[in-house]
Design a protein around this ligand. Sequence first.
Ligand code: SF4
Length: 431
Amino acid sequence: MSKSFCSLVWNHQYVHTNGSFKYCCATNDKILDKKGIPFHINNSSFDSVWNSDHMKNTRLEMIKGKTIPACVKCNEQEEQGYKSMRSVDNKEDYIRETNADGSVNHSPHSAEIHFGNLCNLKCKMCSQNYSNQIGKELLEMGKDDPEWLNWVMKQSGNVNNWTNNLSVEYKWFKNPKIAHKLVEWISKNVTELSILGGEPTIIPEFWKIFEHCEQKGTLTGKEVTIVTNLTNINPRVKTWLPKLENWTIWASIDGIGERTEYIRYPSNWNKIVENLNFYKSILKEKSNGKIVFSPAISILNIDQLDDLLLWQLEFAEGKFNNNYNLSWMAQVWYPKMLNYDVAPNDYRLKIAEKLEKNKHKFDDTDEEFKNYYNSHITNLQQDKIEAKERKHLLESFVKYNDQQDRFRGKTTWRKLIPELEQSITKYLSQS
Ligand code: SF4
């Protein structure tokens, strides 16, 4: 049996924010044409990418069991004993259906589409590749303080992700021909669709998928996942969602009240709750959907993890089930200064103690939930960062957030998390 085989290359198509194509979200490598240039949605048909030499060769190599360099992340995860994104569903059928040259006669039934990088928020852990607002704001701040902007660029990865091209905007879907090509392809072929951005719900072309599929009668049978920051809704989903086979709202909420407003600036907590309740009301009428909470856990919210989870459980009416769920509670790794491992020891231990004390409140949750919760406590108790790096990252954290807070003129991390402020101030004064 081939260990490199992955069904996604037989059934899935991924469109990146910039309009290029990949096998899936687990790889950074793009699908290339004969000249070694990445295919782009603006000038390539879906069929030509799907049965391109690149895809055909990958399928043949996978059948032979050859290692696929683009799949390095999955390979590494498996070597370390973790589950990867690799799928072997219907493997034998797919191999049988593959033509001698590696082409296949079917189109992918699954797709992940990133609708450019237009977004209305500037979340702390995001980058301009996924929100055009982030780069714009940094450039604006740089007008008053070019030295600071220069420092941010040099600290790419530490304080902000990928600061290479701050003014980049991916708007390929604004071309009506491209948008039409996409919605028609989805309508005809895709039954499992995941939509991300940017923020898809602020993009009119995104809603055209629903309009078009409704007109063509192809909403039935589709499973649609929308990853959204919940700042915006379209009342028409009330008629669209019940027609789907099933739907999932992947809700990006990282804190309660002011905290999520700060992390996911400039969101409005009351509006988020109102929109969540809107989806809940659709669920009450027909239970073919699911709201999945997907918190990103960082130094800015680890202290609220128990409160946030309790709030989410309460929203789920006391129990995660088929209609309300929680994805993994992912720890933020980048930018590095947001990783809670970076926090001073006294702060991390104090938070671990708080989470431990409230552990019993989650006695009724399943093992997976408890494992995630406990793994954060264990992480907090470990000292994983060298003193020199901790000092550098904490200084960077203070410099970046203080400047950004001043520029935004709203609340500050110092006001919102005073215990963190005290701990960092003490640590930096002693180191
Ligand atoms: S093995 Fe991993 S990286 Fe490769 S196609 Fe499958 S999911 Fe994507």
